[in-house]
Write a protein that binds this ligand. Structure first.
Ligand code: 13P
Ligand code: SF4
Length: 310
């Protein structure tokens, strides 16, 4: 495709013409974050999607995020720059298997992490994100058993924070599981004054080394408030772009993957580029579509989450 020389200007013009809003996750490449109207974590992005008055939502994130925006906005057009931007974690929870698993626990309330397909949301009672998972579980009466899906690492972290037992679906994110305890210990020896900050999708041994554990927006807030001069960032390094903007005097060290390579970047998030954002707005595709029956079933647990995390 022939692309305009001023891609940023062209995206801005198309955005105005279509009355579109661009929502971007912190794991997007810097250029994409910089063109967005709002950059946030999964909860912030869901809130923005629920409140927007735009006609078109261009979602610079992965499929389950754009799908969430569509669930909340059936009458708006939701565009995803690359339809192949999936999620390894969402893929660890196929609907047919999950239905069988859930049937074994008929008296359990099903809390699903937002990183799952609409079909899994439709089988859930409440959705949560990494920033409200603990608060949502704390609102469930103590005698009520809980089934938590699909991320077992976040599930274990929530169990530890709340003292609740939960049945866990054995899913995980390939990006957060590349971080290793050994690599992190080595890094801490090199940077003894650095604080380790980690996302709860990391495995328990990695989390045990962290000074602070939070969602992406929680980590961003922490580096602005804490006095440490250096931070070892144990999540997808896209978030460092906003950290550098918010605290330019501080140093952010991306945690390496276990073999020392740069595969700590989410390959799905990084499929979106500024060029594809432009093309999606120009062509008004790829578009997210959903069967109304699934959408309605997935909407109820999402609305429950929004109501429980005000
Ligand atoms: P949050 O930004 O909500 O912490 O989620 C992280 C993530 O893995 C998104 O895919
Ligand atoms: Fe999915 Fe992990 Fe990528 Fe987030 S970082 S979109 S959980 S694969």
């Amino acid at each position: 495709a022939v692309l305009p020389r001023d891609l940023v200007g062209a995206v801005r013009a198309l955005k105005q013409e279509l009355r579109a809003v661009i929502l971007a996750h912190y794991y997007q490449e810097s250029q994409v974050q910089d063109i967005a109207d709002y950059v946030g974590d999964s909860l912030g992005l869901s809130r923005q999607a629920a409140d927007t008055e735009a006609d078109v939502i261009l979602f610079a994130g992965v499929h389950f995020m754009a799908e969430t925006a569509k669930i909340l906005n059936p009458d708006k057009q939701v565009l995803l720059p690359d339809l192949a931007a999936g999620c390894s974690l969402a893929d660890t929870c196929p609907p047919a298997e999950f239905a069988q698993f859930k049937a074994r626990y008929p008296d359990h309330v099903v809390i699903s992490y937002i990183n799952c397909s609409a079909a899994i949301k439709a089988m859930s009672d409440i959705i949560c994100t990494s920033s409200n998972a603990v608060a949502i579980v704390q609102q469930i009466p103590p005698e009520q058993p809980i089934l938590f899906a699909p991320d077992q690492n976040l599930g274990r972290y929530v169990m530890q924070k709340t003292g609740r037992d939960m049945v866990l679906w054995p899913g995980s994110c390939l990006v957060h599981e590349t971080f290793s305890y050994q690599q992190l210990v080595k890094l801490k020896v090199r940077y003894p004054t650095a604080k380790i900050i980690a996302h709860p999708e990391c495995e328990t041994p990695v989390l045990s080394l962290a000074d602070h554990i939070a969602s992406t927006s929680g980590l961003l807030k922490y580096v602005q408030q804490d006095e440490a001069p250096e931070f070892i960032v144990v999540t997808e390094p896209g978030i460092i772009h906003q950290m550098q903007k918010a605290a330019p005097e501080k140093v952010f060290i991306p945690a390496p993957a276990n073999n020392g390579c740069a595969c700590n970047e989410c390959p799905f998030m990084r499929l979106n580029t500024l060029e594809k954002v432009y093309l999606a707005l120009r062509d008004r595709q790829p578009e997210i579509t959903l069967a109304e029956e699934v959408r309605l079933a997935a909407l109820a647990p999402l609305e429950r989450m929004l109501a429980m995390s005000r």
